[in-house]
Design a protein around this ligand. Structure first.
Ligand SMILES: [Zn+2]
Length: 312
């Protein structure tokens, strides 16, 4: 009964959220997305273009060949948009072995002081889950990366804002064993907060699973009050549908947690991964993505950055 209820409800949603292209969206996945560096606003197609490139690299789990290929792709595109990438390699003990990881940081402009904390971090994880045959992590992996790449292009037009921000692509978000726990997973964000504990930002916006057709964003119930208020204002200001933009029943273990534990004002913009059966299966592929979902998450990110950082 629950299932029927959900599927009846989600049908009109599915049709409305990709409203810019209506039924065309259903065949859009078969078209070749073209990167338009001149797009005047955040572009659904640009985000989809990057997502397709990343998904086509296949497995991008920590230490994999696909991970290296992805890293090169991200670095090259960031440079093209005027951002300076900086890798942050490290090792950590996992329950299986000692593993090699590599976060990627990026700042905007010419005179970058890496010793000085940025005002805000916009982050995602770029590693995909290991050990699932055929897994390509389209929503859980590629969507966050693709959106930040499109944000890098968009924010180039707003250098004053861009200079206050650092992008961080975390490695090792996923656990090595099947299920994440306090010890296994979040390797990249833990390393970042431990190694740069005196240079942490005031704010962090983490983007995880931000591209699914029919997404239901559920921010953690313990989101700090200030961030929660800006998020709610954003939903109103941007005219977003409240059935797509909500709050989870409880806290969520993700890359924002090590920052929250160090009193950074955080928000985790994350899809409801219990909605449907795609999460951590090979069904999390390019066909479940929708450029409009990534665009909405991008608009929310920019709205929050402007509200938090444009001091008067
Ligand atoms: Zn995952």
């Amino acid at each position: 009964m629950n299932l029927l209820y959900v599927s009846l409800l989600s049908l009109p949603l599915l049709l409305t959220q990709c409203n810019s292209k209506n039924n065309q969206e259903l065949i859009a996945h078969h078209k070749d997305y073209i990167l338009n560096d001149q797009s005047p606003t955040l572009s659904c197609d640009n985000a989809m273009y990057h997502a397709k490139k990343l998904v086509d690299m296949g497995d991008r789990s920590s230490e994999s060949e696909g991970f290296q290929r992805q890293l090169t792709y991200i670095e090259q595109y960031l440079k093209k948009c005027g951002w300076v990438p900086k890798t942050q390699p490290f090792e950590a003990e996992t329950p299986i072995k000692k593993a090699h990881f590599c976060n990627l940081r990026a700042r905007f402009g010419n005179s970058i002081n890496w010793q000085k904390a940025p005002e805000a971090i916009v982050s995602c994880h770029m590693d995909t889950k290991k050990g699932i045959p055929g897994f390509v992590g389209a929503n859980d992996g590629a969507s966050g990366v693709a959106l930040i790449l499109e944000l890098a292009r968009e924010l180039k037009k707003h250098p004053d804002l861009a200079k206050k921000i650092e992008f961080v692509f975390f490695d090792g978000e996923e656990s090595f064993e099947p299920h994440m726990n306090e010890e296994d997973g979040l390797y990249g964000s833990k390393y970042y907060t431990n190694s740069l504990q005196n240079q942490l930002p005031q704010y962090l916006i983490n983007l995880d699973m931000v591209g699914r057709q029919g997404m239901k964003i559920k921010v953690p119930s313990n989101t700090p009050q200030k961030m929660y208020e800006v998020y709610q204002k954003g939903i109103k200001h941007l005219g977003f549908n409240k059935s797509r933009w909500g709050v989870a029943w409880g806290p969520i273990l993700d890359d924002h947690v090590p920052f929250q534990e160090r009193d950074v004002e955080v928000i985790n913009i994350i899809d409801d991964f219990s909605d449907g059966s795609w999460w951590h299966t090979k069904d999390d592929n390019f066909n479940i993505l929708c450029g409009d979902s990534m665009k909405e998450c991008g608009q929310m990110t920019i709205y929050m950055l402007e509200s938090l950082l444009n001091h008067h």
